[in-house]
Write a protein that binds this ligand. Structure first.
Ligand SMILES: *Cc1c(COP(=O)(O)O)cnc(C)c1O
Length: 370
């Protein structure tokens, strides 16, 4: 049996409805911004229970443009965690600001206890990442941010629909940034991103920055760039956004089954603590395995596309050399990068595939390589 990580062939096995929607768009010639993008922004904001959403070219741009709109640039520092996909840190660097790292905790999100020690006179913002679909401790992070007068931008690229005590991601910080990449929980047919915010000022600024600063056809109020959410992608997004609730529920249900079935492996397989009140949406189902590399190889041999997100912590990447961090600086993140493994838990898995995967994780640990 093959258990694939990508579900795109299943998700788009029947594309007629999508193509019909695209045919209608083509008839309008409305290829940049326009009605489809406006509709998607309206519906995305409603999904996040936020007043405003601005569609941009990618999740990375969502973060970088938001930081720029907040006035963050060269000479400034932005606090985040090295336990993330590289895009978070690349986006900070794109603005000219310096990324400053704080270690992660057991659930792969920034440890709020480390934030205050990382604040300097140059710090302008905290950028927590809701990594894997978990949610950072936003109530505590907001407290720290208020005390020190810092902006908060949530990297919610992996956590659409996640919540703490019923309060969704994007409702704490100044803004939250989402990705519509083909392998994110809400996906389109290429790159896309969205910023959600309660601020009219930030919304207006982002709308300008993504579109050359154009106020009308002929007038430009600030210099911007070109990072619009493509209308083609908005059309696909408008069809898929209705499925977010189902997608989320499926992933949560698959994760729960895996949590229960793997709980008896003791020290060999550690399941991260599931915080009470947190709706974790399992963009990635990540656990720790003592014999990670062996398990990874074994599962791949058995046709299961397990992966590691990611083996090298961001602070130890060549790209981060100039920041001056060393091995040992972020022990939790470093330990995790050496032990984490991601199992497929997406919404198109069949119960048979889930059982097969559970069986193989067990057989690896019982020494039976059947
Ligand atoms: C995917 C992702 C991004 C960037 O999104 P793109 O749309 O690929 O640019 C940023 N941060 C995290 C945590 C992500 O997973």
């Amino acid at each position: 049996m093959n258990v694939r990580f990508s579900y795109l062939d299943r998700q788009f096995a029947d594309v007629d409805d999508y193509l019909e929607d695209l045919r209608k768009l083509v008839a309008t010639g409305d290829f940049t911004l326009g009605a489809a993008v406006e509709e998607f922004e309206r519906r995305f904001a409603a999904l996040c229970r936020a007043p405003f959403a601005v569609g941009v070219g990618s999740g990375t741009d969502a973060i970088a443009l938001t930081l720029k709109a907040l006035g963050i640039g060269p000479g400034d520092e932005v606090i985040t965690t090295p336990m993330t996909f590289i895009a978070t840190v690349g986006a900070i660097a794109m603005t000219g600001a310096r990324p400053v790292f704080v270690d992660s905790e057991d659930g792969f999100v920034i440890d709020p206890e480390g934030i205050e020690a990382a604040i300097s006179s140059r710090t302008k913002a905290i950028l927590p990442v809701h990594y894997t679909g978990n949610v950072a401790d936003m109530p505590r992070i907001m407290e720290i941010a208020r005390e020190h007068g810092l902006a908060v931008v949530e990297d919610a690229c992996q956590s659409i629909s996640a919540e703490i005590d019923g309060q969704p991601v994007g409702s704490w910080g100044d803004a939250a940034c989402f990705s519509l990449h083909p392998l994110k929980n809400l996906n389109v047919w290429g790159d896309g991103g969205v910023v959600v915010t309660r601020s009219t000022e930030l919304t207006e600024k982002l709308r300008l920055i993504r579109n050359h600063g154009l106020v009308g056809r002929d007038e430009v109020s600030i210099f911007g760039g070109n990072s619009r959410l493509d209308s083609l992608h908005a059309v696909i997004g408008n069809r898929l956004i209705d499925q977010v609730e189902w997608i989320t529920e499926q992933r949560i249900s698959n994760a729960r089954k895996l949590d229960e079935a793997l709980a008896d492996l003791g020290e060999s397989v550690l399941i991260p603590r599931r915080r009470q009140g947190v709706k974790h949406v399992f963009h990635l189902y990540v656990i720790r395995a003592r014999r990670r590399d062996g398990l990874l190889e074994y599962l791949q041999e058995k046709g299961i596309e397990a992966k590691v997100h990611y083996p090298i912590p961001v602070h130890l990447q060549v790209a981060a050399e100039h920041l001056g961090y060393r091995e040992g600086d972020f022990p939790v993140c470093e330990r995790d990068c050496g032990t984490i493994i991601t199992l497929p838990a997406h919404q198109h898995l069949t119960p048979e595939e889930l059982d097969y995967m559970i069986d193989k994780v067990h057989s690896f640990h019982s020494g039976k390589s059947a």
